[in-house]
Write a protein of this length. Structure first.
Length: 169
């Protein structure tokens, strides 16, 4: 195994799970998340020798994954490849919003670009400028998409609160 392959294998084993978790939050499906991460690492491997700053690998790989997710959503190819008709979404459970599954279900209902901003800002804890660079947009767009995404999440989660919980906020 060459030094290039060894370095890449070490990076892959160190970062695969974290990138898969980010991809899952973007798409809401572990299989699609794995596909996004595989696409990201494949593209990274192809340019591995040309990547000058190995300290910026996470940012570069994250950018590939997010852009692949957004491109996939625009093309809609995954919709054509589904076998059978998808079942209607079940009604949201009456559990509190702290329940991880409820939050993930609500996050899946947020539009893709807003979801990407929310995941990068609040899951990955990236600053506005870095998210703007990753998504190839202005910092103002990141801020507005973040605000809209949070409003959407609140709207999706608020029916799950009881009236007494709403008054406690």
């Amino acid at each position: 195994m060459s030094d290039r392959d060894t370095a890449f294998a070490e990076y892959f084993s160190a970062r695969h799970h974290a990138m898969r978790a980010t991809a899952y939050l973007l798409c809401g499906d572990w299989h699609r998340a794995e596909d996004l991460v595989q696409t990201g690492f494949t593209k990274l491997y192809l340019v591995w020798n040309r990547v000058a700053r190995h300290d910026a690998l996470d940012s570069y790989l994250r950018q590939i994954i997010v852009r692949s997710f957004l491109d996939e959503r625009r093309r809609g190819w995954w919709r054509r490849e589904r076998v059978g008709t998808p079942d209607a979404d079940p009604p949201a459970p009456a559990s509190p919003p702290e329940d991880r599954l409820v939050v993930l279900q609500a996050l899946a209902a947020v539009p893709p670009r807003q979801r990407a901003v929310l995941v990068l800002r609040y899951w990955e804890d990236l600053p506005v400028d870095e998210v703007a660079a990753l998504l190839d947009c202005s910092p103002g767009t990141v801020k507005s998409q973040s605000a809209r995404g949070l409003d959407t999440l609140r709207g999706l989660l608020s029916p799950m609160h009881s009236p007494s919980e709403k008054g406690q906020r």
